[in-house]
Write a new protein. Sequence first.
Lengths: 98, 203
Amino acid sequence: MRNLKEVYEDYEDDVAILGIDQDPSESESTIRRYVQSQGYTWDMAAYVGEVVFGYGIIQQAAAVAIDGNGVITYRKGYRDGTISARQWREILDDVKSR
Amino acid sequence: MLRLLPRPRFLLGTAVAVAVAIGMVGGVAGCTDVDLATPEQPPQPTQPATAPTSTSGSEGTSEGSSSLATPDEAASLESDTTVEGTLAAEPGVTPPALLPGTAEPTAPAVRSGTTPESEGPAPTEEPTSPTQTEASPTDTPVPPTDTPVPPTNTPEPPAPPTGNRIGQSAPDFEVTTVDGVTRSLTDYKQASQPVVLYFYASW
């Protein structure tokens, strides 16, 4: 999250970020407070089971990049390691260029 | 019987020529002839084995053999027709379909089975049925020609199948953010804007 925040300003006009909470027990108010405290400015939504399962998310901090045509270009889970700022740039540059 | 002899020759010659040149014409002529001949055929069921050989031999020298030894041929021919009649009687429906390609063999048999009762004066025409049988073997090789059907390939749709793996069309979604804004994949696609879904929790 912090790594994404570090690079987000450079991409927010080209690539949308939509955070979806993975914890069904977290309420919107909890999420809202957390986001504000961390200074995250991208969209954040509470847990939606059909999205989590529909995208086959079984890992923490999973990212799925979708290009302008709706085609998945990248996906990565926490098990593959935390996404570094440099990796975020690669992901966002790649999906932006599609 | 003397009268019968000339007809077989004529019929054989014409039938063979027509059959080789045009299967349809031969088939039609044979059919008509057979109808007349049919009445006699039923009574001669005993000679099926010999009949095929006689017909084959008659093919080579159909005219000469028919003219010289008409009685034998007549019997053999009759036997042939009877065999066909019995065989054809089973698949009664099939002959019409075969008529264009191999119309002659099947058509006579069918009519022989069906028509013997109605028509009495058929004796002269029996020889014609053999010609039909003769013509049929030659005709049979011709029909097997198959019309080639070129396989048509349908172009693949531009959009890949929906799935959650790389290269697949992302499944549609619609969520409401904690700020009350509705976001859907459809909206992103309409705006041609890439989007990264990031699944995480606050802890």
